[in-house]
Design a protein around this ligand. Structure first.
Ligand code: BGC
Length: 939
């Protein structure tokens, strides 16, 4: 931030009338101190004036410009589909731009716009409607800007700051006014807020002689003097890098090396927990002398785990699986899920959550697909990024994992994922890149497997060149548990912290061996300091020092609400012939069959399993395997009970389905039969095939024969073969639906909630359609031993629907497919582009009789001859009442328009004729528009 020249003082507002085309210079201000300046304007400059504004903004050098009460779609140029002029302006300046939506529930997308010359370090999500924050970082200080559109509400503002500011000085903007937290009504300065003074100057901006002036206010805030003393790093106005630098300078070698390896938080060989560990995946002792907190890390992406119930009395919300969140196509759902997990982690004494899994689904048999977010880099990257942002909004560091290409579990500790550079950049790495950009995780976990022959945790290209240099990742890379094979080699390749090496690796390479390497000059001391700084930086940036976790009871009701919303938005109605669903009032006799649906819903196994919940532990104990990667868990959320609660007027029976003939008899006697089919899947092992296990196909076929009104509810890791599909009119994919699975499924089946999930993966007919129909070593007792390599060059960047399009294959269900109880039409697709920004608008109408949400999917058909035929480039979920129509705006992610040029290390849009498709799924374009794009390098 800039230094200004007179002492700061609170001054009365002065109204200046400025010369045309000039911003007010902050003449009434202040001197000698670092200050933050923000200009709030009462209205947006017109489109045509944006360039003028750009020049003036640059000359004036304000840190941030904000305009309240802007309609996002509204546009002063009169062409509502034009790219936002202010956004384009920010692009030109290289400034960050944020539209901070005021109220997610409101149809009118009103909010504040913030443009800043400073990078955005973090931002709140949509959890605080009407009051969102951005943290800006000028290289030394951080400032939290809060925006609102309603009148300032001091008490609520204070609450929000306490809950989210992570110590940074805070400013409330909006409603043509700006207030400073910490300054009371009389203008008294509260030192603790990080500012010691403020001055406010009213300004009027005239663009030209004919236009009315734009009024605004320039606020100049002087930072408080540094904290100094013994703990200068506790100055919360300093940014995380500055704080980390200050503390690292005071650390001894022993203290530094202590940071570089964690212990298994559950103890070695069943022995006692490491001293100070609360009981979880990882633990690094703190340094009391300097006030460095210990690092307590817990798994993982579907809730906070409590392995073996080690922390007596602790429980958490078992969230629906990753594909369920991804199927919502709703960033708000992903953020809320992440915030739930982050909050519960913090309340159980964790400051690191090993969440943020974003490996792409390349094969439905991958045992860990339930932890991931599907096959598309844009959808997965965006939603996992939001989830990471949600976790970190709760002062908990999130990881992003498993970096990279750990896309199969078979022989994961040694297999090599073979893939060319361009292909990996445009597929798996693009998902990581987008998630990193949105979520800004404090940590990244490198993967077990090798990539083109080199271990993930020794991969200089991935960790140093791509992640740290190109993507400018400022945080730390931790290894997966058992993923380290060397000390200096790994450290030089970019690994910063070894995880639980005393249990899972051959040696604790990052202890003695690394000390020897540093002392012998093999690893530079600067690299040692870099490793430590990165860890501490992540901790500072996420509030680990300022807002340490406190053991508290978790808010079960809030957790349940987040989990249920995810099931409701994330379950996918795959088929609904003859409108069998929703179950109408005329249906009085229902039989529920199989899947332990009387007791609960199945969850995935391995390190991410959330076994202890507010409703107890496993509802169906004893299902094999009962040991790692088991036990098989059924969360206590009974679909049978939930459906009975929804439909007290109906008779609803349960039959376990082990006897197909008995199930068929019960089905014949009912108005409707609902079969629950489950498929357990787990970390460390892949599924042997794509078939439902345990005779369930025969059960479904038998029931469907006895009663044509049969519904199948699938609780699976991902796509499975559906040999009975033509006999079954309705199929709902509920994935692993978590602790509110029963309630969510019941609400969808009865129509209390209208399904709005869309597949985040292509659903193949069977494995013959996959790039690798046969893979050696799948399953628990494979016939053949696994191969050393997995050849991802077969499909390269054409993962999922791109593969199907390239090969002309027709899947069972396309990527993006999902039905609703209402219908939507699209009209008037139009698009404009400016530089790398491509914006499409389209009218969507709900033409049915019930309210519902649709996902408008924007694809780009690439020019003839492109290696990848089609790409998802943007999407927008929208809720519409019956008969309601809305014009929505979808902005394409620039990198999805481009190809990665491996020579220049740049994303380039190639000139050519493209076709935009507004589609119901990757295979169902509804509106198309031919489009020419020019050559462009994506910034
Ligand atoms: C998994 C990670 C997990 C770690 C700690 C590993 O086996 O691959 O995802 O975070 O264990 O439990």
């Amino acid at each position: 931030m800039k230094t200004i020249t007179k002492p700061l003082a609170l001054t009365a507002a002065i109204t200046l009338s400025l010369a045309a085309s000039a911003w007010a210079a902050p003449t009434a201000a202040t001197a000698g101190t670092d200050a933050f300046t923000v200009l709030s304007l009462e209205q947006a400059p017109k489109w045509l004036d944006a360039k003028d504004v750009a020049a003036q903004l640059q000359a004036m050098n304000v840190d941030a410009l904000t305009i309240a009460n802007v309609h996002r779609e509204a546009d002063t140029s009169g062409t509502s589909h034009a790219p936002d002029p202010l956004e384009a302006l920010a692009d030109q300046l290289g400034y960050s731009y944020r539209f901070v939506r005021a109220d997610p529930a409101s149809a009118e997308r009103r909010g504040s716009i913030v443009i800043s010359r400073l990078p955005v370090e973090a931002e709140s999500g949509v959890e605080a409607p009407g009051m969102n924050y951005l943290r800006l970082n000028d290289g030394r200080h951080v400032v939290a800007l809060y925006t609102h559109t309603a009148a300032a509400d001091g008490a609520r503002f204070k609450q929000l700051i306490d809950a989210s500011r992570v110590g940074a000085p805070a400013v409330l903007l909006g409603a043509n006014d700006a207030a400073v937290s910490g300054f009371d009504a009389n203008g008294e300065v509260a030192r603790s807020n990080g500012f010691q003074s403020a001055s406010s100057t009213a300004v009027k901006l005239r663009i030209d002689a004919d236009s009315p002036a734009i009024a605004g206010k320039l606020l100049t805030l002087g930072y408080a003097a540094p904290v100094g003393g013994d703990t200068p790093w506790m100055d919360t106005s300093l940014n995380a890098d500055a704080r980390a630098r200050l503390i690292v300078a005071k650390m001894t070698d022993d203290e530094k090396f202590q940071m570089l390896h964690s212990y298994f938080g559950l103890g070695k060989d069943g022995g006692p927990l490491p001293e100070g560990a609360v009981g979880s995946a990882g633990f690094v002792p703190g340094v009391a002398r300097l006030g460095i907190p210990s690092q307590q890390s817990a798994d993982a992406g579907v809730g906070v785990t409590n392995p073996g119930g080690i922390r007596k009395g602790d429980h958490a919300t078992a969230m629906p699986s990753g594909p369920s969140t991804a199927s919502s196509w709703n960033p708000e759902v992903a953020f809320a899920g992440g915030a739930t997990m982050g909050r519960e982690a913090w309340q159980q004494r964790f400051n690191i959550l090993l969440a943020g899994s974003v490996n792409l689904q390349r094969d439905p048999r991958n045992g860990r697909n339930f932890e991931y977010a599907g096959e598309d880099p844009l959808l997965a990257g965006r939603l996992v990024g939001e989830s990471i942002r949600g976790v970190q909004s709760q002062h908990v560091v999130s990881t992003m994992k498993h970096f990279a290409l750990n896309d199969m579990e078979t022989s994961r500790n040694f297999h090599s994922a073979e893939i060319g550079e361009q292909a990996m950049r445009e597929s798996d790495l693009l998902a990581f890149e987008i998630a990193l950009d949105i979520g800004k995780p404090g940590s990244v976990m490198c993967s077990y497997n090798r990539i083109n022959g080199i271990y993930g945790c020794e991969h200089d290209y991935l960790m140093n060149q791509v992640l740290k240099q190109e993507w400018k990742f400022p945080g730390f890379v931790m290894s997966d548990w058992g993923g380290v094979h060397s000390g200096s080699k790994a450290a030089l390749a970019g690994l910063d912290q070894q995880s639980a090496g005393e249990v899972f690796d051959k040696a604790v390479y990052f202890d003695e061996p690394l000390r020897l390497a540093v002392n012998g000059g093999v690893v530079p001391r600067a690299r040692l300091d870099d490793m430590v700084s990165r860890i501490l930086r992540a901790m500072f940036a996420n509030g680990n020092f300022d807002l340490p976790p406190q053991h508290q009871p978790i808010d079960d009701a809030a957790g349940f609400a987040a989990a249920q919303r995810t099931v409701e938005e994330g379950s996918v109605l795959l088929r609904n012939a003859n409108k069998l669903l929703p179950l109408g009032p005329e249906i009085k006799r229902i039989v529920i069959i199989g899947g332990h649906a009387d007791k609960g819903v199945i969850g995935g196994g391995g390190s991410s399993m959330v076994g202890w919940t507010a409703k107890g532990t496993n509802a169906v104990p004893g299902v094999l395997p009962t040991t790692w990667p088991g036990p098989v868990i059924f969360h206590p959320s009974s679909p049978l009970e939930a459906l009975r609660a929804e439909r007290p007027d109906a008779r609803i029976d349960y039959v376990d389905g082990r006897d197909v003939a008995a199930a068929a008899r019960a089905a014949a006697a009912a108005d409707v039969a609902i079969v629950f089919a489950t498929q357990w899947s787990a970390e460390s092992v892949d599924l042997p095939h794509m078939k439902l296990p345990d005779n369930q196909d025969a059960l479904i076929a038998g029931v469907a024969k006895a009663n044509p009104k049969t519904v199948v509810v699938l609780e699976t890791n991902g796509p499975v073969e559906l040999p009975w599909l033509q006999q079954v009119p309705a199929v709902l994919q509920a994935w692993y639906p978590g602790i509110r699975g029963g309630e969510g499924i019941a609400a969808l089946l009865t129509g209390k909630v209208n399904p709005s999930g869309r597949l985040p993966v292509t659903w193949p007919v069977d494995a013959s359609q996959l790039p690798r129909p046969e893979v050696n070593g799948l399953g628990f007792n494979p016939k053949h031993k696994p191969d050393d390599t997995i050849d991802y060059n077969i499909e390269g960047a054409n993962v999922g629907y791109k593969w199907f399009a390239a090969k002309g294959l027709t899947p069972q269900f396309a990527f993006g497919h999902g039905l609703s109880y209402t219908t939507f039409t699209y009209e008037n697709l139009s698009a404009t582009s400016m530089g790398q920004r491509l914006v499409a608008t389209v009218d969507i109408r709900n033409t049915g009789k019930v309210a519902g949400a649709d996902v408008a999917q924007l694809y780009l058909k690439m020019p003839e001859g492109s290696a990848t035929p089609i790409r998802l480039i943007g999407f927008q979920k929208v809720t519409l009442q019956p008969g309601e129509s809305r014009r929505i705006r979808i902005e394409a992610e620039p990198k999805t328009l481009a190809s990665f040029d491996t020579a220049d290390k740049q994303w380039k849009i190639a000139e050519g004729r493209y076709e935009l498709q507004l589609s119901r799924s990757a295979n169902e374009p509804v509106e198309t528009s031919a489009f020419v794009l020019g050559d462009e390098v994506v910034r």
